[in-house]
Write a protein that binds this ligand. Sequence first.
Ligand SMILES: O=C(O)CCC(=O)C(=O)O
Length: 382
Amino acid sequence: MPDDAFSRTQHILRTYVNDTRAFLPSAVRLEQSAPSPLAFARGHLRARSPFVCANATPEWRAHVEWRTKTSFIARCLSRGIERIDVNVAPFGRGDAAVLCADGVASLGAVGDEARQIARVRDLDRGFAFVEPERRNVRVEQFVHSLSDGKEEGKGKMDVSLEAAYASTQNDNARREFAAMVGDIGEVSFAREGFGCDADAVNIWIGDETSSTTWHRDFYENVYTVVTGMKIFWLRPPCDYAFMRYEKCVRGKFEWEESTKTWAIRAAPHESAVEWSVVDVDSEGVPSISGGDDSMTYATVAGEPAPPAFRVEVRAGETLYLPAMWYHRVQQRGFTIAVNHWYDMAFDDRFTSANFVNAIYDEFKGRDNDDGGDDAGSDRRSK
Ligand SMILES: O=C(O)CCC(=O)C(=O)O
């Protein structure tokens, strides 16, 4: 492809991003009360623009029963829930792209400590998409291992459980926590606005040790914080070209008790995963990229990425996160949140976004036709 066609396409993409962003508000609005379902459907849902609203779920008993570590543990035990599944990963980075070179991956460093590295089995170099280790642990032990928000940035590499996050995103509210699901309900504007039941209801329990890397979901997301605080960084779907999606070899973190180190087991024969390798926009979370340029935002037509929207969602508040918006998430202190995933409309916005992204990929010289997951098989994807 001649250079001039490449740069013309880059300018067209840049104009597309600027024009699309001009239709969005400059910041995510905080509404003091829940909109009516009609106002939600006519306003935010039609525009697919995120907002936070206070007090959308005042009837949830969870706001009282799950407010402190002690009351949450007591509630679990009184309902016969003694053990739960948690994800464990170094630096709390499950579902993250890591860069491997010569059979090792850099994982990050805390303060003046040397960077932590993990041995990678079955992959010499390139990006791996690494899933966390799943453990079934006692609720009490897990909850007490979480911070109260006063020890930010503390390195916890030597105690593996301290990088644990209840984040199975497998409808765990209605499965694992079925005996307590009556403590939460639906979010009324969402239930009526979407006109259907949620496909999944997920409970997330963690602290600032864990974070969720940039990705997008093919679900409408209604995300309520019960206790603690979440920080979301958001980017509209038009920002794809900045997100450095790479084809990554699947992998899994494995804790090696004998050496007290983490390793990564790669699965190069399984289908690849397309994942953003961008590793910026975090606060108090060590970078895993070690300043590697290939893990910062791409530029388009020589211009840097426009800013991400930064949103704090506090206890009692609910975020509407439209489908296909990129997001990256952290929390502060002991945090419990509940999100409802509703089916999205697979319409011309879906196909148009795929078209624009494919044009960008084509000009990047990438093969987009095989390997990576698509919306049909995995709703957490590019
Ligand atoms: O809370 C988190 O860590 C991630 C939430 C998320 O990615 C989602 O709800 O789609």
